[in-house]
Design a protein around this ligand. Structure first.
Ligand code: NAD
Ligand code: LMR
Length: 336
């Protein structure tokens, strides 16, 4: 596998590479923030015809940056060329949500894109290609991609909720005035949407006096069960409102975190949140792409098992599953 031989470059596809996340993401990958600072990479950049010139400018800037790890760049509007021999595919291309738009409005524009790109990946990417769906609706786009690329192992198709996970860590860090790196094991359950459930019931903070639970340190269940939850749920919308466009470098940085931990492994005792194909764990309907707490080892994720779920959490986990079931139905109705 590509993990064994560090000298062999890994080929990474970024779709929507001329867009704002793409512009932040490609230099991060080329610097080794996704696969490590010893791992050479070849970048395949895909965008559509109207963005072809801007895409070429991204390629020019990559060349101009003289990145030591970057062994090649293909910038193209041809989906087959973009997908050929790809080891890792970061799917960012699509139509982003604008201020005032609901995520469902962007659904029909995006599911048809992902149906087509699934076929190209299936036929031309490496057989063990790992896929990260970033474009919204991220979970449902991943599901569509999975269904139309049946020969790609289902465990290889994931979506990004690491940004939400990192946002939750950030909120706890700000509240407790501790470093974000000392906070761990928050969970994002469900959809990358405003129904997601950021759960701190198992989260901890490392302190001088040992490991403490976040609930104990915050000592304010009211805040944790209301304002904290809605702040994380609404953070994407808050960024859109302030920036007039959706989050970009934080999404790019979280995408690097997602792939790095998946490929290189999660640190001992730490889990992260990833949108993955549900096997029915925690009573989540099998066949949804749902965000779970996962640990990763040797390029494989596994859902953290045996966490105690209280009634409050159960209701929130079910509500976001319900939304994903509706999105799935809506996606299929858009395809017909
Ligand atoms: P953007 O509009 O700046 O860039 C999107 C790019 O995709 C554009 O360059 C566009 O030309 C290209 N594109 C459109 N159709 C394409 C196709 N068929 N094939 C290839 N490329 C195509 O948007 P952005 O701000 O970079 O956001 C990208 C996506 O990521 C959006 O869907 C946004 O909602 C989503 N997003 C997800 C998260 C997350 O955490 N999961 C966070 C932020 C944004
Ligand atoms: C985000 O989380 O920043 C993006 O997914 C924007 C959105 O559409 O909510």
């Amino acid at each position: 596998s590509f993990l064994d031989v560090e000298e062999d470059p890994v080929t990474v596809l970024v779709t929507g590479a001329a867009g704002q996340i793409g512009y932040a993401l490609v230099p991060m990958i080329a610097r080794g923030e996704m696969l490590g600072t010893n791992q050479p990479v070849i970048l395949h950049l895909l965008d559509i015809e109207p963005a072809a010139e801007a895409l070429n400018a991204v390629k020019m800037e990559l060349i101009d940056s003289a990145f030591p790890l970057l062994k090649g760049v293909v910038a193209t509007t041809n989906v087959v060329e973009a997908c050929t021999d790809v080891d890792i595919a970061i799917m960012v291309g699509g139509f982003p949500r604008k201020d005032g738009m609901e995520r469902k409005d962007v659904m029909s524009k995006n599911v048809s894109i992902y149906k087509a790109q699934a076929a190209a990946l299936e036929q031309h990417a490496s057989s063990n290609c790992k896929v990260l769906l970033v474009a919204n609706p991220a979970n449902t786009n991943a599901l569509i991609l999975k269904e139309f690329a049946p020969s790609i192992p289902e465990d290889n198709i994931t979506c990004l909720t690491r940004l939400d996970h990192n946002r939750a860590l950030g909120q706890i860090s700000e509240r407790l005035n501790v470093h974000v790196n000392d906070v761990k094991n928050v969970i994002i359950w469900g959809n990358h949407s405003s129904t997601q459930y950021p759960d701190v019931n198992h989260a901890t903070v490392s302190t001088d006096k040992g490991t403490k639970s976040v609930r104990e340190l915050v000592n304010n269940d009211q805040w944790l069960n209301t304002e904290f939850v809605t702040t994380v749920q609404q953070r994407g919308a808050a960024i859109i409102k302030s920036r007039k466009s959706s989050s970009a470098f934080s999404a790019a940085s979280s995408a690097c975190d997602h792939i790095r931990d998946w490929v290189l492994g999660t640190p001992k005792g730490t889990w992260v949140s990833m949108g993955v194909y549900s096997d029915g764990s925690y009573g989540v309907q099998p066949g949804l792409i749902y965000s779970f707490p996962v640990t990763c080892e040797k390029g494989e994720w596994s859902i953290v098992q045996g966490l105690k779920i209280d009634e409050f959490s159960r209701a929130k986990m079910d509500a976001t599953a319900e939304e994903l079931i509706e999105e799935k139905a809506l996606a299929y109705s858009c395809l017909n």
